[in-house]
Design a protein around this ligand. Structure first.
Ligand code: ADP
Ligand code: MG
Length: 266
């Protein structure tokens, strides 16, 4: 489902991904574990083309994600979940989940918020899956942080994606709620056959929930195996301070155009 080979990405002169190899199968729940700055978010952003990798190969469900002309085709297959649930506060939980269908309805339909009956049924089913059937008609700003994050998961599921990318989805939740949210994600992977790549920086959650852990340190994969094989030495490698200081950006040649790093590249 995901096949990444020797992926590289620099920001200015700073190598952030230094040749990442990473494969994931259908229905796998892969935790990408690493300290802050390891390159986890950059890896996810390359997977849905919010960032453009510099080199290597990146295929998702048969699409060549580095060369495809239409990023929307990729983004229909790839749903994102962020640390800060990007839900629309004034909309009901149900309408937030229905926005997950916008990639599949006509422009006119989406402007008029015309959703097909089957989309509404699907949105209800997705809310039920994350335990929020009873909150469908409540405004999202009346929900707790954990419930908002679950609305975000339900919206991702309503997109019927092949892959869900979750970037530190539980970083701002208490441990009890965090576990419940990770459980929802894992059961979605198992029961719906969705490949989930979930960035985390906590070892205990990675061990508890990952089918597999990919340890990322300073832009390189330093561990890739089942959680029960993760040793203290592996954890030290994942959290080791960088041996290679960041390179300063090379001075541009005289007369060369100056490039500015942009947040959203494609
Ligand atoms: N848009 C950007 N422009 C410049 N540098 C960036 C950008 N995004 C990330 N970086 C740098 O890339 C490195 C890895 O960042 P990130 O992928 O966010 O790591 P993580 O998610 O593991 O904390 C950091 O040094 C960060 O400062
Ligand atoms: Mg990050």
């Amino acid at each position: 489902m995901i096949d990444i080979r020797q992926l590289t990405k620099r920001y200015g002169g700073n190598p952030v991904l230094r040749g990442v190899d990473f494969q994931a199968g259908r229905g796998e729940f892969v935790v990408v574990l690493g300290q802050s700055g390891a390159g986890k978010s950059t890896l996810l952003r390359c997977m849905n083309r919010l960032a453009i990798a510099d080199g290597g190969e990146l295929r998702i469900d048969g699409i060549d994600a580095m060369r495809c002309r239409d990023p929307r085709a990729l983004r229909r297959k790839v749903a994102m979940i962020f640390q800060h649930h990007h839900v629309v506060p004034r909309l009901t939980a149900l309408k937030n989940v229905l926005t997950g269908r916008l990639g599949s309805v006509s422009v006119l339909g989406s402007c008029l918020q015309l959703f097909r009956r089957q989309d509404i049924a699907l949105a209800h089913a997705c809310l039920a899956r994350v335990g929020l059937a009873h909150k469908a008609n409540e405004r999202t700003d009346a929900l707790s942080g954990g419930q908002m994050q679950r609305v975000g998961i339900a919206r991702a599921l309503a997109q019927q994606p092949a892959v869900i990318l979750a970037d530190e989805p539980v970083a701002s939740l208490d441990p009890h709620t965090a576990r419940a949210v990770l459980e929802d994600l894992r059961s979605a992977a198992r029961e719906l056959g969705i490949t989930v790549v979930c960035n985390l920086h906590q070892v205990d959650y990675a061990r508890e929930f990952g089918d597999r852990i990919v340890g990322l340190a300073h832009g390189r994969v330093v561990f890739d195996d089942r959680p029960d094989t993760l040793t203290e030495a592996d954890i030290e490698r994942i959290y080791a301070p960088s041996a290679e200081p960041a390179q300063p950006a090379p001075a541009p040649a005289p007369g060369a155009p100056i490039m500015l790093a942009a947040g959203l590249e494609g």
